[in-house]
Write a protein that binds this ligand. Structure first.
Ligand code: AMP
Length: 131
């Protein structure tokens, strides 16, 4: 457990959360600011900063988390959902403890959070280069 890590404290039960699932390896809870009718997070109990810190030493935790995502989604009756993990500031990571967002219950666009028009004008690059 890492000092001053919000998600370590949630996994340890020190900060309350709306729990969806728990076992000895991972913890799942509803996001406090849901971005879809169903939005929960699955985190390892062990502190891992993000996907960028996954290695041969700890990747079995991620395999387990994906098994849990599939099981919980089935139990919640989710037929279609999106699993997202943000890595680093530009991708929108705000909590530096590995977590997988599971979002469901609404139409979703692809690519996520990106507008061709905005991106083209910001970078001065023809949109066609991004297609
Ligand atoms: P990210 O921005 O990808 O790092 O995701 C962090 C997520 O954690 C955001 O969707 C937040 O709404 C969520 N979050 C932050 N604090 C809490 C909390 N105390 N309980 C549940 N979710 C939280």
């Amino acid at each position: 457990m890492k000092n001053d890590c919000l998600f370590c404290a949630i996994a340890a039960g020190e900060i309350p959360s709306s729990k969806v699932y728990e076992d000895e390896i991972c913890f799942a809870f509803y996001d406090i600011a849901p971005q879809a009718p169903v939005h929960f997070l699955v985190i390892p109990k062990e502190h891992i900063g993000s996907v960028a810190e996954i290695s041969g030493e700890n990747s079995s935790v991620v395999a387990h988390i994906f098994e849990v995502i599939a099981r919980v989604a089935r139990e919640l009756g989710l037929e279609s959902y999106r699993v997202v993990s943000n890595i680093g500031e530009q991708a929108g990571q705000s909590v530096h403890h590995l977590h997988f967002h599971v979002l469901s219950g609404r139409d979703m666009t692809w690519p996520p959070g990106w507008s061709i028009g905005q991106e083209e004008s910001r970078r001065g690059t023809p949109a066609a280069l991004y297609l």
